[in-house]
Design a protein around this ligand. Structure first.
Ligand code: HEM
Length: 460
């Protein structure tokens, strides 16, 4: 059994920090000395999983590094003659974000990322600073920037106004496009208690304990210490085209159900695309209408046994792809995922002002998604593949195309069709559009506190 020392694990791994504001800062180290000094200054402020955030201490700070950043600190100098450090770090983390694996093509291609201000490979370190008020965020921004500037560290700002990428706690958890988020997360067996198949193994989210609880931990010392108690964190900065989505919902729902009140028709189409009504109510439990009581709309205690043909919740709806629960995989995917569905911890935030209606104001808004896992390829990339090519399911195999909300319609395996059932009728909705656009991706490691100290003072 593994016993995780919470004070050594960065807080985001154990919980979402649902604070009103989060500043995302990106920096490029000029050299190792500056990298180490910067970490020495900021690592003491890192919020671990031992901190009780109920009393709302602020700011909460977590720090993540890219492979280039870790190398610059000098903590993985292979000249020691030990086994190559690369064996402790997976190649999908060391490689630049892989657009092919994530299906980031067309407007979402890397050439368009970061508003052209920098490229993903420039980022050595990312800091996530969660604050209760704009005043604290401004204070922290000034302090972080002053420290970077004193050490000659370049800040990489993906905007023309010089403001850091700032996420906001979505009002009542409702994101752009109007869906409530924050309902479903993997229930993790943090205590590593035996005989809990109902919980997800902590090894899916915490590095350094081997991949299989029944196998010994691979000896990758001295570098294992740099990954143990950490997690890989994929940051996806996603623009959401609210005006386009609203127009699509209105026009297409009217064409589908001309005799239904417009609001009701739009809610029904939106629900079919997500797998939950926009207020969160799971379609599989309540196929006819959203429920007003949080005890119903926040429910997560369901699987798809009662909906084997996707009559209630379409097979390609977002949540049925992103967590297939008890749905059977096809043979190819069964052998690829012997331990079941790929799961990720989601720790994102919404950004940009709310837009209603169909007139685009040209402002940037969307989601800054932080996805945590220990195997980017078989957890995060697998879900991205399924979102874009839903041929993982035993029943539908290659018929169902893509996630109607978040699929990229410029990929070679694209589909602009959404097949679903509603009110006892089958529908094939054609002409799906790109409602989102990837604006930047980073592959990062959210190291343990002890690993961060090791990077700040290698050899200490
Ligand atoms: C703009 C982009 C996205 C938006 C607005 C969005 C929104 C949502 C919403 C509203 C839910 C339902 C609420 C909940 O279950 O807590 C959800 C669930 C989920 N999403 Fe997304 N999502 C986006 C992109 C992604 C991507 C790229 C992934 C890839 C890994 C993903 C993975 C998941 C997972 C794993 C769930 C939980 C499903 C479940 O357990 O039933 N989402 N998302």
């Amino acid at each position: 059994m593994v016993q995780i020392e919470r004070s050594n694990v960065q807080g985001l791994i154990f919980q979402s920090f649902n604070y009103p504001l989060v500043g995302h800062f990106f920096f490029q180290f000029p050299d190792g000395a500056a990298a180490r000094e910067f970490l020495k200054e900021w690592v003491p402020h890192v919020t671990s999983a031992a901190v009780d955030i109920k009393a709302k201490p602020e700011p909460l700070l977590n720090i993540a590094l890219s492979w280039q950043g870790i190398q610059k600190t000098g903590a993985v100098d292979d000249r020691a003659g030990a086994m190559p450090a690369t064996r402790a770090f997976r190649s999908d983390f060391r490689d630049p974000p892989n657009p092919k694996a994530m299906r980031d093509s067309g407007d979402s291609a890397p050439a368009n990322w970061w508003k052209g201000q920098f490229v993903s490979e420039d980022v050595d370190v990312a800091m996530f600073c969660y604050c209760q008020s704009a005043a604290t965020l401004a204070e922290q921004t000034a302090a972080i920037r002053a420290s970077a500037s004193r050490l000659g560290i370049k800040e990489l700002v993906p905007s023309s106004d010089g403001e850091p990428l700032t996420g906001r706690l979505a009002p009542k958890g409702v994101l752009h496009f109007g869906y409530r988020d924050g309902i479903s997360q993997p229930q993790v067996n943090w205590e590593d208690a035996p005989g809990r198949p109902d919980l997800v193994d902590l090894r899916r989210f915490v590095l350094g304990y081997g991949e299989d609880p029944n196998k010994p931990i691979p000896n990758r010392e001295p570098w294992t210490g740099l990954v143990r108690d950490g997690s890989y964190l994929v940051l996806r900065w996603i623009y959401q085209d609210v005006a386009k989505f609203n127009k699509f919902l209105r026009e297409r729902s009217k064409a589908l159900w001309p005799n239904m009140p417009a609001d009701e028709a739009q809610e029904l189409l939106a629900a079919k695309m997500m797998g939950r009504w926009r207020n969160g109510t799971p379609l599989v439990l309540f196929p006819n209408a959203p429920q007003p009581d949080p005890a119903d709309f926040m429910r997560n205690d369901f699987d798809y046994t009662m909906d084997p043909d996707g009559e209630r919740c379409p097979f390609s709806s977002h949540i049925r792809i992103a967590n297939r629960r008890d749905d059977e995989l096809n043979d190819r995917n069964k052998s690829m995922f012997p331990s079941g569905t790929p799961r990720v911890l989601r720790r994102g935030s919404s950004y940009g002002s709310t837009l209603e209606g169909e007139n685009d104001d040209g402002l940037d808004r969307g989601l800054i998604g932080l996805f945590l896992c220990t195997d980017i390829e078989s957890q995060f990339f697998a879900l991205m593949r399924w979102i874009n090519e839903t041929n993982f399911h035993a029943k539908v195999d290659n018929q169902h195309g893509q996630d109607p909300l978040f699929g990229n319609r410029t990929t070679p395996d694209r589909s602009d069709e959404f097949e679903f059932q509603a009110k006892g009728e089958k529908h094939v909705l054609t002409g799906l559009q790109d409602f989102i656009r990837t604006q930047g991706v980073l592959n990062l490691l959210l190291p343990s506190v002890s690993a961060l100290k090791q990077m700040a003072t290698p050899g200490a």
